[in-house]
Design a protein around this ligand. Structure first.
Ligand SMILES: NC(=O)C1=CN([C@@H]2O[C@H](COP(=O)(O)OP(=O)(O)OC[C@H]3O[C@@H](n4cnc5c(N)ncnc54)[C@H](O)[C@@H]3O)[C@@H](O)[C@H]2O)C=CC1
Ligand SMILES: O=C(O)[C@@H]1CCC=N1
Length: 266
């Protein structure tokens, strides 16, 4: 049970705090089982007030944890691994890197070969337990994989993938949340131009996007099948959609996805 495990998030910034908040939403999760580290811990005061251990000592955080999440930027991963390696015991900790583009092979360049290491790619909706998290590993046993899945299932939904898809997962799942938010912002701007104040436009757009996503999740249909139900022949929806496509909507989205991917993939 994840509620019995000690979890450390080393380098607790934007993503780390989202994961921490999501975990703390679990009723069975004891804040004392969570440790967050950061060089300057001032911004983590709200977590400390809830009973979470907050400090800057990566070594002790890693030493006493069962699950060690690395939330630092990719260029800091190697240094952190060197720092915590002396306390990593292959029979105790599972190491989980959240870093974009840092391969297991690169990590094993620093770590002992027996260390059980995962890569995981959640997104900031972990904050409200709505992340999609893709995970991969090389040598975890089924129990260890289950523990990691349980961790990320408690802040959303987890799928296990091959490592060669981790960069694609980063783009679709982690960057993806920003793409959707930019789309929402544009829709709100359109809504304001046709008469709504920004608060009302945001409410309508938020619920519309949530409804569209839930429809896809619950009905398990292709988006175009649902779009067909909206596009009345000669109606206003198809006119709007076609104008968006004339302006390059789908093309811009696909090219954006590929640009993000090219930035990570080596
Ligand atoms: N932000 C996002 O939506 C996502 C980020 N990622 C990955 O997660 C990682 C973190 O991203 P963010 O949270 O956005 O970055 P961030 O910069 O907000 O967080 C990194 C944190 O690490 C801390 N840090 C740096 N050096 C440290 C050290 N020596 N000891 C302890 N703490 C240290 C920084 O103070 C900072 O708070 C990156 O590798 C990124 O690629 C992955 C998926 C989504
Ligand atoms: O933009 C980035 O590099 C990170 C990785 C995925 C989301 N944010």
């Amino acid at each position: 049970m994840i509620s019995n495990l000690k979890i450390a998030i080393i380098g607790c910034g934007n993503l780390g705090t989202s994961i921490a908040s999501g975990l703390l939403m679990r009723e069975d999760f004891d804040p004392k089982n969570l440790t967050l580290t950061k060089r300057n811990t001032a911004s983590l005061a709200e977590f400390e007030a809830k009973g979470v251990h907050v400090h800057s000592d990566n070594l002790s955080a890693a030493q006493y944890a069962d699950l060690v999440l690395l939330g630092v930027k990719p260029y800091n991963v190697t240094n952190i691994l060197r720092e915590i390696k002396p306390v990593l015991d292959p029979k105790k900790q599972l190491l989980i890197s959240l870093a974009t583009g840092i391969t297991l092979k690169e990590m094993y360049g620093v770590l002992d070969a027996q260390t059980v290491t995962f890569r995981a790619m959640p997104n900031i909706a972990a904050d409200i337990q709505e992340s999609i998290t893709c995970v991969c590993h090389e040598q975890a046993n089924p129990i260890q994989l289950e523990q990691v899945k349980e961790l990320f299932d408690s802040i959303g939904f987890t799928i296990s993938i091959d490592e060669n898809l981790m960069e694609a997962a980063t783009v679709l799942g982690a960057c993806g949340i920003a793409y959707v938010l930019r789309f929402m912002r544009a829709m709100i701007q359109g809504g304001i131009q046709i008469g709504f104040d920004s608060v009302t436009a945001s409410k309508i757009v938020n619920q519309t996007v949530k409804g569209a996503a839930e429809l896809m999740i619950q009905k398990n249909v292709h988006p175009e099948a649902a779009i067909d139900k909206v596009t009345t022949p000669k109606g206003c929806t198809i006119v709007g959609l076609n104008e968006m496509e004339h302006q390059g909507f789908s093309s811009a989205m696909v090219r954006g996805v590929i640009a993000s991917y090219d930035k990570i993939a080596k």
